[in-house]
Ligand binder design. Structure first.
Ligand code: G3H
Ligand code: 13P
Ligand code: NA
Ligand code: ZN
Length: 328
């Protein structure tokens, strides 16, 4: 059955666990997550970016949600719009059967330029007002994702911006967070603590100077009843980097968000943890391996099935590590 983000995260808060939110673009990713959830008895958050909706099409996404509800009747599933950039994007997600939307007003509608605080709370509050009328939950974001190592904002396609930001923009301010939640009535709040999207988050295993978990604790003290969201929370595991590079890939050495830091966050109000890159890497490593080892193969199922198995393994690990397992 489908469920709103609010219902799901309230349950997570009551029971002290965190929910991984995995990005999906196609049937293979959806099935990998659902099979991992079935194996671990976990509830599910599937999320689609604007890019994912363009890739699969809203009608396909809508029917994948319905298919999942029919195929896995015992697993609660929240379908969430990741990084909505306008009221229009959020409302069209709702008409495509999403049960939750993110209005990311930390950036302007171009998803590149850091927005003013007034723009952010106005547009996010408007989305929440509309979404709540029809029982859909809302995630907002305060502060810009980006590197505390370089001060650079994100350069990733679609939802990044270039330029140099200071620490006041790269770290969510706890007092402003309290004001933001009061003004907008969001159900969940994404915070900026030094993570960024994609594989290239840190040039070394992060410590407190470049991954500000302390800010999560301060925000949670200020807002004990608000569900916190960590974006850019792939761990970029070494073994997945190694498989890709062993089979012809060329990914420079990089570091993600250690699982133990996320688990610490979950003790301090983090309830939704966004993961896309780890799944992408698992898929790509598995496909590269098949291509390298069997150059005569041309049946897509022969490399898509291993890619689903590899992604499912990542999802099982995160459901267990975040304590979601056993809570479906
Ligand atoms: O927020 C970022 C997710 O990784 C989605 O990425 O916009 O390339 O689909 P995307
Ligand atoms: P990663 O790139 O770290 O997987 O983050 C995904 C994300 O935050 C989606 O909103
Ligand atoms: Na999101
Ligand atoms: Zn994100």
């Amino acid at each position: 059955a489908t469920i709103s983000l609010r219902q799901l995260l309230d349950h997570a808060a009551e029971n002290g666990y965190g929910m991984p939110a995995f990005n999906v673009n196609n049937m293979e990713q959806v099935l990998a997550i659902m099979d991992a959830a079935k194996k671990t008895d976990s509830p599910v958050i599937l999320q689609a970016s604007r890019g994912a909706r363009g890739y699969a099409g809203d009608i396909m996404i809508k029917h994948m949600i319905m298919a999942v509800a029919e195929m896995y009747p015992d697993i609660p599933v929240c379908m969430h719009q990741d990084h909505g950039n306008s009221l229009g994007t959020c409302l069209s997600a709702i008409s495509a059967s999403f049960t939750s939307v993110m209005m990311d007003g930390s950036l302007e509608a171009d998803a590149k330029t850091p927005a003013t605080y007034e723009y952010n709370y106005e547009v996010t509050g408007k989305v929440a007002e509309c979404a709540h009328l029809v029982g859909v939950s809302v995630e907002g974001e305060l502060g810009c994702l980006g590197s505390l190592e370089t001060g650079a904002g994100e350069k990733e396609d679609g939802h990044g911006f270039e330029g140099t930001l200071d620490h006041s923009q790269l770290l969510t301010d706890p007092d402003q967070a309290a004001d933001f939640v009061k003004r907008t009535k969001v159900d969940a709040l994404a915070v900026a603590i030094g993570t960024s999207h994609g594989a290239y988050k840190f040039t070394r295993k992060p410590t407190g100077d470049i991954l500000a978990m302390g800010v999560v604790k301060k925000i949670h003290e200020r807002l004990p009843n608000t569900h916190l969201v960590m974006h850019g929370s792939s761990s970029v595991p070494q073994d997945l980097q190694d498989i890709i590079n062993q089979y012809g890939g060329e990914m420079p050495q990089t570091y993600g968000v250690p699982v133990e830091e996320i688990v610490e966050g979950i003790k301090h109000g983090v309830r939704k943890v966004n993961i896309d890159t780890d799944c992408r890497m698992a898929i790509t490593g598995a496909i590269r391996k098949v291509f390298a080892e069997n150059k005569a193969e041309f049946d897509p199922r022969k490399y898509l099935k291993p890619s689903m198995t590899a992604m499912e393994k990542v999802c099982v690990e995160r459901f267990e590590q975040f304590g979601a397992a056993g809570n479906a």
